[in-house]
Design a protein around this ligand. Structure first.
Ligand code: FAD
Length: 446
């Protein structure tokens, strides 16, 4: 069994250096000295089941008010919000099955307090939609788990920042408490609090289940008239200049038919750049490897809050009676040539890159040092230059909207941001319909 430890992995009962473990352990996932390359992507060892389905899961309509491309977190939420705004002739096209890209393996953490009042307000709305609104509307469980969130302050400046966050939270009605090290220990007995200045505890933070949330969103949207078509890759986007010379979306092409539409929303995650190219639109994001590991059972960890240690750049997410340990690498691996065959797939974890999180995690919860690793999860995620998502209409083509580049926040920020983007999409479609009616009436009157 692989063990998290400062000097590398340990094998139960006695220490071994990393190299020796790699020769003997069945859980040696990658060669530590080399970055993972696309060749080593284990397509054949994925969770994907070949269920014999070939071709689209539904017949394609000949036209739609809006076509959403991509059935991940972003696509499903866009579809849902468009329907809630009254647009029902909306189609979502997914190349594989819903969540097949990045969404299926997300950690799904939701922290309500962020250093921006706009984000705090939006996140509160997100939490409301996932924890109660969707469930009330569909009768389905989204898989929301409310175990709370704990931010770690290991220096005075960080604690001051958290005090400011708490004040901000008060304005927006977010319950939160600054705890002393002793109070933190009471709440989280397995935590090392010797080097702590304090913590910020937000009891109503939690974790979203990606599959449950996307299934519920698509169910709610289809109940309102939307169409979800899986196993249907988009292969082309028709763009024509109008009589003013402005380039506008005309149709979306697939191998199984073409849908006439004035409006496309590109929610294709790390594939969004490729989709943009089909329409002559530049989508400035890069794909990188992003990872966490899931530990074996930890006695006493049940019901603990999720932990975010900003200084150590590490998070500990509760996963039943175990933890997921992840973070934000300073030297991430870029996925330069994004493959179209990558669905429900993962990369090998590069331990050289990931080891930077281990010290911080073990320092915070010392029990981790003797805990085995059950699995590693390393997938693609898109990042942008300013760490902000790409949302709204592309300047190059009218009717071509972007909903991508979420910088590892595509689960918790999307509800809210797609909500505002959908408003513009709805407005755009309404204007298109009005212009069309005006032209028709003018022709009739002539
Ligand atoms: C390890 C890891 C942990 C993370 N943890 C968190 C977290 O705790 N909290 C958080 O908020 N975020 C987290 N994230 C980020 C979050 O998971 C992503 O931001 C989010 O899932 C992105 O969703 P998406 O819909 O944009 O992309 P995707 O889920 O990748 O969806 C894009 C979809 O487009 C489809 N597609 C591509 N090309 C085509 C085509 N030509 N035609 C039709 N369909 C196409 C793909 O098959 C795919 O299903 C994490 C990410 C990783 C990798």
């Amino acid at each position: 069994m692989a063990i998290l430890g400062r000097a590398g992995w340990r094998v139960v009962g006695f220490w071994r250096p990393l190299g020796a473990v790699c020769r003997t352990s069945p859980r040696c996932y990658s060669v530590p000295s080399e970055h993972t390359t696309e060749k080593s992507v284990p397509y054949t060892k994925t969770l994907k089941q070949d269920d014999g389905l070939r071709g689209p899961t539904k017949a394609l309509p000949s036209s739609a008010d809006v076509v959403v491309i991509g059935g991940g977190s972003l696509g499903c939420q866009t579809l849902y919000h468009l329907c809630k705004m009254g647009l029902t002739n909306v189609v979502l096209l997914e190349r594989d099955r819903l969540t097949a890209g990045t969404t299926w393996h997300t950690a799904g953490l939701l922290w309500q307090l962020r250093p921006s009042d706009t984000e705090v307000e939006l996140l509160a709305h997100t939490r409301h939609v996932v924890s109660s609104e969707l469930q009330a509307e569909t009768g389905l469980d989204t898989g929301w788990i409310q175990n709370g969130g704990l931010f770690i302050a290991s220096n005075k400046q960080r604690l001051d920042e958290y005090k400011r966050l708490m004040s901000l939270g008060k304005v927006y009605g977010i319950e939160s408490y600054v705890l002393s090290p002793a109070e933190t220990k009471e709440l989280y007995p397995l935590m090392n609090v010797r080097d702590l200045y304090g913590t910020l505890y937000v009891p109503k933070d939690g974790t979203m289940d990606p599959a449950g949330t996307c299934a519920t969103l698509s169910r709610a949207a289809t109940a309102r008239g939307a169409t979800v078509v899986e196993n249907c890759p988009v292969t082309g986007i028709q763009v024509n200049p109008d009589h003013m010379g402005v380039r506008r979306v005309r149709a979306v092409e697939t191998a199984f038919g073409t849908i006439q539409t004035p409006c496309v929303v590109n929610c294709a995650g790390v594939w969004a750049t490729k989709l943009g190219e089909l329409a002559g639109v530049n989508v400035p994001l890069v794909a990188m490897h992003h990872a966490y590991v899931v530990t074996e059972r930890i006695e006493g960890i049940q019901n603990m809050p999720n932990v975010r240690d900003h200084d150590a750049s590490v998070y500990l997410r509760l996963q039943g009676d175990a933890l997921s340990v992840g973070g934000y690498e300073q030297n991430p691996i870029f996925w330069d040539v994004v493959s179209d065959k990558f669905a429900f797939s993962l990369f090998d974890l590069d331990w050289n890159i990931f080891m930077q999180h281990i010290d911080g995690a073990i320092n915070r919860v010392p029990a981790l040092e003797k805990t085995g690793i059950k699995s590693t999860v390393c997938g693609p995620e898109s990042f942008t230059a300013d760490h902000k998502p790409l949302l709204g209409e592309a300047p190059e083509v009218r009717g071509f909207y972007l909903g991508c580049g979420f910088n590892s926040a595509g689960i918790f920020l999307t509800h809210t941001l797609t909500h505002s983007m959908c408003w513009y999409v709805s407005l755009f479609v309404c204007v298109c319909v009005c212009v069309y009616l005006y032209v028709c009436i003018s022709i009739c009157m002539c």
